[in-house]
Ligand binder design. Structure first.
Ligand SMILES: Nc1nc2c(ncn2[C@@H]2O[C@H](COP(=O)(O)OP(=O)(O)OP(=O)(O)O)[C@@H](O)[C@H]2O)c(=O)[nH]1
Ligand SMILES: [Mg+2]
Length: 318
């Protein structure tokens, strides 16, 4: 873990400290002070660097809420506070011991002071390692936070395994992970429709189950956050073949809850996987949905241009 790595690195670096030929009476002193400086600097710099890595001052509200969901911002702030305090304590101890050493002439006592300081610093790190390690964990989780742009945005949502990521791929140049089982997508993915006339952000989300917000897991809640903060338009993907593993009724319930929760947003309903449908009458599906429907096969690129046209129409209206 990072806390242990920092200690090891500081000890290793302090060992490489050497002193040039100096008068014997000050040699031990200068040598020890240099060693202490190196040891403390490596630790303080590593801790400061960790704090810088988890800086979220430039995050948008969406990114903050998403990070809060993944790691809890309260815990992050608490950890930053604790680590800042450790840096301060190390700095104070360093000054105190260097002053003691400066006034000391006995070589053994100088060595003893160095050992005491090392012991103090190491115990500070070890006692608070949970907070230090948490910052490293937070940094790794931050890699999952998408770098969303402030532009017209389409969010693809629907039950698991219905073909949302396949649709992202069909609409944009991106290459999301696609697999024949639910919850393949565990984070928010981005793609862009770019041509001379348009620049549109397309967001693929994890699958939604038909259950209350309080019962949703972290993976599903990410989809809800994207819908809430980012969507100018929602594309609801419906799999009439039920090969996704969810019945039509089930998917319509997922649709209804999106419709209710995001009543202010435009929703386009995509009837996907039509390549698998024998009877290509879509009347039955338009009965389920109040909206227009767009029959598509994301896998075989059927209906994608028509879908794009619908998106462009809303883009021009915005
Ligand atoms: N036949 C056919 N299969 C499709 C179509 N679109 C997607 N699939 C298949 O359906 C399966 C699921 O596709 P994904 O794009 O991963 O579905 P998803 O909705 O992103 O799934 P999760 O991320 O797990 O929620 C894959 O095996 C796809 O190849 C389609 O239009 N036709
Ligand atoms: Mg997916």
């Amino acid at each position: 873990m990072i806390a242990d790595i920092i200690i090891e690195k500081a000890i290793r670096r302090a060992k490489t400290v050497t002193v040039k030929k100096l008068p014997k009476r000050i040699r031990a002193k200068i040598y020890t002070i240099n060693k202490i400086n190196t040891f403390c600097n490596v630790i303080k710099d590593s801790l400061k660097n960790l704090i810088e890595k988890v800086d979220i001052s430039k995050y948008t509200n969406f990114q903050k809420e998403l990070l809060d969901l993944l790691i809890s911002l309260e815990r992050l702030n608490k950890s930053i506070d604790v680590v800042n305090k450790i840096i301060q304590r190390i700095e104070n101890a360093e000054t105190k011991y260097i002053n003691l050493i400066k006034q000391e002439t006995d070589k053994n006592r100088i060595k003893e002071y160095r050992k005491q300081l090392y012991g103090y610093v190491i115990s500070q790190i070890k006692r608070k390692k949970k907070y230090i390690n948490f910052l490293e964990h937070a940094f790794n989780e931050m890699k999952k936070i998408p770098n969303v742009k402030d532009m017209f945005t389409v969010v693809i949502a629907g039950a698991p395994n219905v073909g949302k990521s396949t649709l992202l791929k069909a609409l944009t140049e991106s290459e999301p992970e696609i697999a024949p089982y639910p919850f393949t997508t565990k984070n928010i993915l981005l793609g862009y429709i770019k041509d001379v006339k348009h620049e549109i952000q397309v967001i693929d989300t994890p699958g939604l189950l038909d259950r209350k917000l309080e019962e949703k897991n972290i993976i599903e809640k990410q989809a809800i956050l994207a819908l809430k903060h980012l969507a100018n338009v929602i594309i609801f993907v419906f799999d009439p073949t039920e090969t996704c593993g969810f019945s039509k009724e089930y998917q319509v319930n997922v649709y209804r809850s999106i419709r209710e929760n995001f009543s202010d947003k435009n929703i386009i309903v995509v009837i996907n996987k039509i390549d698998l449908l024998q009877n290509r009458s879509y009347q039955e599906f338009s009965n389920f949905f109040k909206n227009d429907i767009v029959p598509c096969s994301a896998l075989y690129n059927i209906g994608i241009n028509k879908l794009k046209q619908k998106i462009y129409n809303l883009y021009y209206k915005s």
